[in-house]
Design a protein. Structure first.
Length: 152
């Protein structure tokens, strides 16, 4: 269940801190292959299970940018802002990939509100999303995402 803010102004008044977590999802080989096709990144560590079995990770792993793209899937499960005419993904301040996502792993997003501010008729928030891998100590991705919410 996402952390709910009735209006952008309510979000603006919120203190920085934890927002919650998304549901778990499994990263399957077909998702990795589809991402490889979409980006023309067919490196064997992502798409060749036989060769990857003998590689440094013992199997295929998700692309770092595939892992980053899942942040967009997790955000609506972490935070919801109502009373808006439009919400815009404005970008990221910082992105890191501290660990890998092995094929078949379960991942989820954990969100933390870093800051909010009023900018050009909207409320801008920075939410740090950590993509956690079940059973691993380090996250696979940490991204400081920037969103803008325009009041209705």
């Amino acid at each position: 269940m996402p952390r709910l803010f009735a209006t952008p102004a309510e979000l603006l008044a919120c203190e920085p801190g934890p927002l919650g977590v998304s549901d778990w999802m499994t990263v399957e080989q077909d998702r990795i292959d589809t991402f490889a096709d979409a980006t023309d990144d067919h490196q064997w560590i992502h798409v060749d299970p036989e060769k990857a079995a003998d590689g440094p990770y013992g199997g295929t792993i998700a692309h770092g940018y595939l892992t980053l793209s899942l942040v967009n899937r997790f955000l609506p499960e972490i935070i919801e802002v109502r009373g808006i005419s439009m919400g815009v993904n404005y970008g990221c301040d910082k992105v890191r990939f501290p660990a890998t996502v092995p094929v078949g792993a379960r991942v989820r997003g954990s969100g933390e509100l870093i800051k909010t501010e009023s900018i050009k008729g909207c409320v801008q928030s920075t939410v740090r999303v950590s993509v956690e891998v079940e059973g691993q100590d380090r996250p696979a991705c940490v991204a400081d995402t920037i969103s803008r919410y325009y009041p209705a």
